[in-house]
Write a protein that binds this ligand. Structure first.
Ligand code: ADP
Length: 294
């Protein structure tokens, strides 16, 4: 099983011709609500790809929380350990202007209440082959979860986003670090993503740095593998990294070797960028299989 301990947000997206300045009101063009949060996205991507997945974290006792929960449950994610908080479901308030630039305010809400490991978290980690973590829950909790998983012999995969400097005791408990190139550079303090990945892998774990349309690179002790991107027409790269991480976890949990697991992750991420949206763009297992035999 794959346990995802992470965030669930409702993205509230408005499109505008021009973002408002300070004190200004503008009229928007469209408004959409899109379930998101890196934790929920990775759980959904993994479940669609055929993984047995549990999602633990917290939502509010509100429509957004119920919407996200039913979306996950509808794709077969076990949400029995998902807490319902007295804080509202996390929200991301996103304004996208005509040039595609965005400005975002994130209100963690219920996600911010997940501050230490509960019995439900421990049970979900104990049942897993691999636990997926990101940095949209409080950092202390993420570090505690990684250490606990390590102590139980459960593999730990961390997507270090949004990027913040990480305490060494968290990094040393991570088996598979999956940063994008910006996150890798920030964590390693080195601008070049390849050099950054090498430096991060010196700690002993596997590092898979994702490079957008240029694919990904895996660096581990004594091994470096380039993972080509599949050539597709990119429409919307939202959640490409989350799709990649979720599907990589499915492959590793199923015992695939690294090359096969990375190829499936890369195919799934490529399929997701061909379609708009986050959850709406993630492929299922049959689609990934068909794409790989095209
Ligand atoms: P993030 O979304 O976290 O910034 P990336 O942009 O690095 O992550 O993308 C993650 C993965 O998604 C890449 O390693 C690649 O496999 C796939 N991907 C992203 N953009 C494209 C693209 N334009 N064409 C094909 N695959 C892509």
């Amino acid at each position: 099983m794959i346990t995802v301990l992470g965030s669930a947000n409702m993205d509230l997206v408005v499109t505008v011709d021009r973002a408002p300045g300070r004190g200004e009101t503008v009229t928007g063009r469209t408004f959409t609500t899109v379930p998101g949060g890196k934790g929920a996205n990775q759980a959904l991507a993994a479940a669609r790809a055929g993984g047995e997945v549990a999602f633990v974290g917290a939502v509010g006792d509100d429509e957004f929380g119920r919407g996200i929960t039913s979306l996950l449950a509808g794709d077969g994610v076990d949400v029995s350990g998902l807490a319902v908080s007295d804080q509202p479901t996390g929200t991301a308030h996103i304004t996208v202007d005509a040039t595609g630039d965005n400005s975002i305010v994130v209100v963690p809400g219920a996600n911010g209440t997940v501050t230490s490991l509960t019995d439900a978290h421990r049970a979900a980690i104990d049942a897993a082959e691999i636990v997926l973590l990101q940095l949209e829950l409080p950092l202390g909790l993420v570090a505690e979860a990684a250490r606990y998983a390590r102590s139980r012999g459960v593999r730990v995969m961390l997507t270090p986003a949004p990027a913040v400097p990480l305490p060494p005791e968290l990094l040393t408990a991570v088996d598979v670090l999956v940063p994008n190139e910006h996150e890798a550079a920030l964590l390693a303090g080195v601008a070049d993503p390849v050099a950054a990945a090498r430096s991060l892998a010196a700690g002993g774990g596997d590092v898979v740095v994702t490079l957008g349309g240029r694919g990904a690179l895996r660096v581990a002790a004594g091994a470096e593998t380039a993972v080509p991107a599949f050539a597709v027409e990119a429409v919307d790269t939202t959640a490409a990294g989350d799709t990649f991480a979720g599907v990589l976890a499915v492959g590793l949990a199923a015992g695939l070797d690294w090359d096969d697991a990375l190829r499936r992750a890369s195919a799934a991420a490529a399929l997701s960028v061909r379609r708009p949206g986050a959850s709406s763009s993630m492929p299922d297992r049959a689609e990934i299989d068909a794409f790989l035999t095209e």
